[in-house]
Design a protein around this ligand. Structure first.
Ligand code: NAD
Length: 509
């Protein structure tokens, strides 16, 4: 990993709080040492920023904004295109770093970088399509239309489980919209973030553009709080727990700022009597154990028709027995580690509590020990037979724990699916068209994402991504999500000789 850090110019100990200016050091006096959850080895150490260094980064971003927004949008798109190309070249190194620092499988590490490349491509096209509408004015010889302008400096707070992709979703769109960005990545995965900054910095330098267009600041949640409270930050796009989102929403709301909130999920799959289990089983297993259950879209609840229940449980238990757990950089393994031992404790506590509340352990509940598991962060994916009266099933535990419920009527299944505070991703497996359409209708899933015969986890960048209720209501990535990164202006031009008023109001002088 040392070679990879060096390839990204991340010399040790890494002191720059922003890639913008080489000689800046975090003035907090605090240093974080980052251990890999894969083998507990030290990846590197890093100086943490304090509020003063934060203010210096904001000043640099604000200076860059007028230069960046003055470029026509397609020219900004050209810079993002070059960034996408640079990522293509660095896919292998960056994918490995993401995998090692976060603990997700190498394939998923590469997948994250691919997602960044995809959103760059999307943003390049978007840079020629930031369309406003034109509408007919009620007044003669008047033209009325909407146009979209950049917001200013956008703050991006990201979570550990997607160390790079979520930033790219925000940053690529934000840049073509004419904004500059300050990224506060998770303090658990700073090196992946800094590697991205180094890649983008090279592109900016080659185009003689200020580095303040893209900034990173490494610090703990205090830096995130500061960002939320800062009038200089026109939009705060925050990804993380619902607890964090509530705090950000309150602080940003108090100053009437803008926010995009992408928070916790508690995603369910309904398996009906008419489901094809051959398609359902791999989707359920990938959704529940992929990324060791640490995706916002991980499958946490399985709602199964009573006639399929025993058969599906047996199939799942058999599939779980075949899972290989171990070093995620070894491609034969299906499941890697949790992010840290706090996450392991949360896993154990949740299983214990679920059993106290009446859940029956069907599989798992084990922290793996031995030479392959020296970090202490590897756990067995777990299945718990549950009932809807258990309060714990309404909580998101960021671990591979799957609750399974039996239902009798399809309406009951939908009610169970919706009966949680979160509303991110949902899915139904059925070959019955009426059930599929009902699930997608307004009497169906209340989530931001609703899939048919596809699991809950893994989204394409072309659609708007996000969820309802305690998931925060934000939308990122594809479709028209870009509108949240711009301000809308309604314009009316009078090209006549009179000055008529709207609503026919007469005002004669
Ligand atoms: P977290 O909330 O602990 O931290 C996320 C980020 O927020 C970090 O950068 C952290 O420093 C910062 N932060 C924490 N408290 C803050 C505060 N009060 N003000 C400002 N910033 C603050 O989350 P995590 O453990 O890193 O990630 C897991 C959570 O993220 C899960 O709940 C998961 O569902 C969610 N998540 C959601 C999405 C989505 O798109 N909906 C995507 C990824 C992760």
């Amino acid at each position: 990993m040392k070679d990879i850090l060096q390839a990204f110019n991340l010399k040790q100990p890494y002191c720059n709080i922003s890639t913008g200016q080489k000689d800046w050091v975090g003035t907090s006096g605090k240093t974080a040492t980052i251990h890999s959850p894969v083998d507990n080895a030290v990846i590197g150490s890093i100086a943490l920023a304090d509020v003063e260094s934060y203010d210096a980064v904001v000043a640099k971003a604000n200076e860059a904004f007028p230069i960046w927004k003055a470029l026509p949008a397609p020219q900004r798109g050209e810079i993002v295109r070059q960034f996408g190309d640079a990522l293509r070249k660095e896919k292998e190194n960056l994918g490995k770093l993401v995998s090692y620092e976060m603990g997700k499988s190498l394939q998923e590490g590469y997948g994250e970088v691919q997602e960044m490349i995809d959103i760059c491509d999307f943003a390049v096209g978007l840079s020629r399509q930031l369309y406003g509408l034109q509408m007919h004015s009620e007044r003669p010889n008047h033209r009325m239309f909407e146009q979209w302008h950049p917001l200013g400096t956008v703050g991006i707070i990201s979570a550990f489980n997607f160390p790079v992709a979520v930033w790219a979703w925000n940053a690529a769109l934000s840049w073509v919209c004419g904004n500059v960005c300050i990224w506060k990545p998770s303090e658990k995965t700073p090196f992946s973030a800094l590697a991205c900054q180094e890649i983008f910095k090279t592109v900016l330098k080659a185009n003689d553009l200020p580095e303040g267009i893209s900034n990173a600041i490494i610090g703990d949640s205090d830096i995130g709080r500061r960002m939320a409270a800062d009038q200089n930050i026109a939009l705060v796009s925050a990804t993380g727990s619902t607890r964090m989102g509530k705090s950000v929403a309150e602080t940003v709301g108090k100053r009437l700022g803008k926010s995009i909130l992408e928070l916790g999920g508690n995603n369910a799959i309904i398996v009906t009597e008419e489901a094809d289990l051959n398609a359902a089983v791999p989707a359920i297993v990938f959704g529940a154990v992929g990324t060791a259950g640490q995706r916002c879209t991980s499958t946490r609840r399985l709602i199964v028709h009573k006639n399929q229940y025993q058969d599906l449980l047996a199939k799942l238990t058999s599939a779980y027995k075949q899972l290989q757990i171990g070093n995620p950089l070894d491609e034969k393994n299906h499941v890697g580690p949790l992010i840290d031992t706090n996450a392991v404790n949360a896993y154990l506590k949740t299983i214990e509590e679920a059993q106290k509340q009446g859940g029956k352990l069907a599989y798992g509940n084990e922290v793996l020990a031995g030479d392959a598991y020296t970090s202490g962060c590897y756990v067995a994916p777990t299945i718990i037979e549950a009932n809807i009266d258990m309060p714990i099933v309404k909580h998101e535990t960021f671990a591979p724990i799957l609750y399974i419920f039996a239902y009798e009527s399809f309406e009951e299944a939908i009610a169970i699916q919706n009966n949680v505070p979160q509303g991110l991703s949902s899915a139904v497996f059925t070959l019955n068209m009426q059930q599929a359409e009902k699930f997608l209708s307004n009497a169906g899933s209340d989530c931001g994402i609703a899939n048919v015969n596809i699991g809950t986890s893994g989204a394409e960048i072309g659609g708007a991504f996000g969820g309802e209720k305690e998931t925060g209501g934000g939308r990122e990535s594809g479709s028209d999500s870009w509108k949240a990164y711009m301000r809308r202006q309604t314009c009316t031009v009078n090209y006549g000789k009179d000055a008529p008023l709207a609503q026919g109001i007469v005002f004669n002088l």
